[in-house]
Design a protein around this ligand. Sequence first.
Ligand SMILES: O=P(O)(O)OC[C@H]1O[C@](O)(CO)[C@@H](O)[C@@H]1O
Length: 449
Amino acid sequence: MAYIKFDDSKVAQFVHENELPEMQALVTAADQELRNGTGAGADFRGWLTLPTDYDHEEFARIQTAAEKIKQDSDVLVVIGIGGSYLGAKMAVDFLNGSFYNSKPKSERRGVQVVFTGNSLSASYLQELQDFVGDRDFSINVISKSGTTTEPSIAFRIFKEKLIKKYGKEEANHRIYATTDAKNGALRQEVEANGYESFIIPDDVGGRFSVLTPVGLLPISATGADLNELMHGAADAAQNYQDADLTKNDAYRYAALRNILYRKGYVTELIENYEPNLRMLAEWWKQLMGESEGKDQKGIYPSSANFTTDLHSLGQYIQEGLRNLFETVVKVEKPPYNVDIPMEADNLDGLNYLKGQSLNEVNDKAYEGVVLAHNDGGVPVLTVEIPDESEYSLGYLIYFFEVAVGISGYLNGINPFNQPGVEAYKQNMFALLGKPGYEELAAKLKKETD
Ligand SMILES: O=P(O)(O)OC[C@H]1O[C@](O)(CO)[C@@H](O)[C@@H]1O
């Protein structure tokens, strides 16, 4: 029995029975490109074997660092953007629920973990400084390139606060840098100041890096079990190796989304029924969007959070432009359940729910939505995980990572580069007057005059 239950029965009416078997030859070829390193971007496949092939000494050091942070800090300020933010935030929320940071210390397994460096908002930065206030804190600055503007600015600001509070020497012991082994400004700063540092492997791109120190230190600071996380990913790596579409659900998912894409279903909505999975969608959007959106093609990855968004986007999904398909990430047994109180006067008429828990109501909502959206012309895939454990999260992460690798090759692109993200950065540097960008600045000035 598969650990993740993948249900594609609700795409049956949109996909002819021959279409999936017809994809097998292409999937087999994509699998070989991925496994043998003959496809584009082959140098960035480190994530494939990462769940078993990681640096165990560094893994232990991460856990030791997390213990130190728990001893000497109330808050860990995590600074990063894109792949250096989304995976960690997604995992922290997934594993600890919606109100982790608001819980009293005695009810938390770890320190409060807050995130910044993921926008250029002065208000957010100021509010976060106020939130940290006079409390003890440490910083985990994460940047593979070490040169990304948003985290660099946030790091300067929180570093200044840290030095003011503790003095330079003690501040240096409270900064944990996760970056490239050799290159980049952050690595230079590590060398100069002796920060404890962790390495983002060369062959793992940002959006595939959640199971490297990028995700592991923030996750560990909340007290979550890293071994179980890696164990889940390792089992998934083992179980999603067979290129046979009847045996590999991650590959089946990749094939089906390409079949649907070629029929005009060009937008995929990732959906959940649990608010603490909201950031899972954000992580997934980078994974899919940065991997697949290139060469003027690719599925547009979007998201909806249910049942919340049924009351906002539901109308569009049901009756709008028919270019959507949905992938629901469903949790079979969420961590909690709640009974719905019965009232003698039943003025709101809710007593018909007698004997049904809130999780059962949520499940019925899911079933009703799938049927309605199917009737409305929307194919629906479901990826069901048993629970919200570390093991399940590791498994799920690997499911989507291996799926996007195959999916990218099926669509004839390099799933592991991201050339397009540089365009705005060049313009921004020129507009801000960064040395070396004078020529572009002059060109932009002419265009805007
Ligand atoms: O870790 P870095 O180098 O700061 O990059 C953060 C993110 O920025 C991007 O390079 C896009 O600008 C992503 O690919 C990456 O995940």
